[in-house]
Design a protein around this ligand. Structure first.
Ligand code: B12
Length: 325
């Protein structure tokens, strides 16, 4: 078994190497050193200052708090106060990340609007900024931890409306303005799906056996709002069946015929991509299902028996009413 290193012993890493370990820019490390005193403590005369194991543990602690949304000055105070060895994290998790200006400017300055190197989240709560930073750092684990914590404290609807949607909108605007960040969008979408799906799996005993079908319109790939609906319904004791992206109308009709659902919700995100008139036949199935559509993608007039929902809360209320929960 290898000997435990002396926490105060130098590890001989340069600023850039430590920055790589942490997934932040070297400039961020220098700022943390200058502003908060979180720099290398070892300073043998005649040589450059060198980081010790303790210094590195404090910096890991600092970075984790910043990602969680704690303002940098508070994070630094906590990191300096914590037992550096107790608080030490493994050195591996973020070491594959290249340091980027994104992770550094996000905590050193207010984000700029537009599609630059940060997600614009003006006036956002610390947790929202934390989720934005975690997404920019491509840190799926931190994204999930922030969302899971919020779901357990505030529930799915609050977490979707106040934490997840602002960051999704910010990520979308960044892509629109710069064409950058598709990898951030994909990572965040995966983490959102994982956290919401975990919440949906908490449902043990559904209050009703009536089926609820959730599906994307024919050409639609945006599914996160439906994953949110399934998770929020689970909190109400209602189980939903998610039929996925790009569901052909014929497949939807087949599912309706086979399951006799109490409610069907169809999502279309891309404006002008889904024709509401094509749903005219759905309300004719027996027993008559409640047919709901959501999202900005629908065009055409609503056929009789089809209702548009305006928010996650609205969708959940109408569906729970339809199943009699
Ligand atoms: C994640 C994402 C993706 C992921 C989806 C992954 C997944 N599993 O769902 C992927 C990478 C697949 C993707 C692909 C594309 N995307 Co995209 N994407 C997004 C992003 C960032 C979030 C989508 C989302 O979940 N929105 C949910 C909420 C945030 O949407 P919202 O409409 O703003 O919410 C309002 C209402 O709908 C309502 N609401 C909110 N939540 C709920 C919930 C319910 C139940 C209800 C009823 C209402 C409701 O309240 C909100 C406030 O008014 C958005 C950004 C954005 N603003 O939405 C872009 C965005 C939707 N995508 C966009 C584009 C252009 C595309 C692509 C065409 C890109 C491309 N060139 O390939 C493809 C299209 C694929 C297709 N055919 O469907 C554009 C659409 C532009 C437009 N004209 O509207 C957006 C807006 C980005 C942007 N700012 O330009 N995307």
């Amino acid at each position: 078994m290898p000997a435990t290193p002396d926490p105060a012993s130098p590890i001989g890493l340069t600023v850039s190497a430590v920055a790589r370990q942490l997934g932040v820019a070297p400039a961020t490390l220098r700022t943390w050193d200058r502003r908060y005193g979180l720099g290398p403590s070892e300073h043998p005369s005649g040589s450059h200052r060198r980081y010790t194991h303790e210094d590195l543990a404090r910096l890991h602690h600092m970075r984790r708090l910043v990602i969680e949304g704690v303002p940098p000055a508070d994070a630094a105070r906590q990191a300096l106060a914590a037992d550096p060895v107790e608080g030490r994290e493994p050195l591996v998790p973020v070491s594959f990340l290249r340091p980027t200006a994104e992770t550094s400017t996000a905590d050193a300055a207010e984000p700029r609007h537009g599609g630059g190197r940060v997600i614009a989240l003006p006036g956002a709560e610390p947790a929202v900024r934390g989720l934005g930073r975690a997404a920019l750092s491509l840190d799926a684990h931190a994204c999930s931890a922030i969302m899971d914590d919020s779901i357990s404290r505030h529930g799915v609807i609050w977490t979707w409306d106040h934490l997840i949607v602002p960051v999704l909108v910010g990520v979308g605007e960044r892509w629109e303005a710069s064409g950058n960040g598709i990898e951030v969008e994909h990572l965040l979408s995966g983490a959102v799906t994982a956290s919401l799906s975990a919440a949906a799996r908490n449902l043990q005993a559904p209050v009703s056996s009536r089926a609820v079908l959730l599906a994307c319109a024919q050409e639609e790939l945006h599914m996160l709002p439906l994953v949110a609906v399934a998770a929020a319904l689970a909190e109400e004791g209602v189980s939903a069946r998610l039929l996925g992206e790009r569901l052909p109308l014929t497949a939807l009709e087949e599912a309706v015929r086979r399951t006799g659902p109490a409610a069907v919700l169809l999502w279309a995100q891309i404006p002008g991509s889904a024709d509401a008139a094509s749903l005219a036949g759905l309300p004719n199935y027996r027993p008559t299902p409640t047919i709901l559509i959501g999202g900005p993608g629908w065009f055409g007039s609503l056929p009789a028996g089809v209702t548009a929902v305006s928010s996650l809360e609205d969708a959940v209320e109408r569906i729970t009413h339809a199943v009699g929960a």
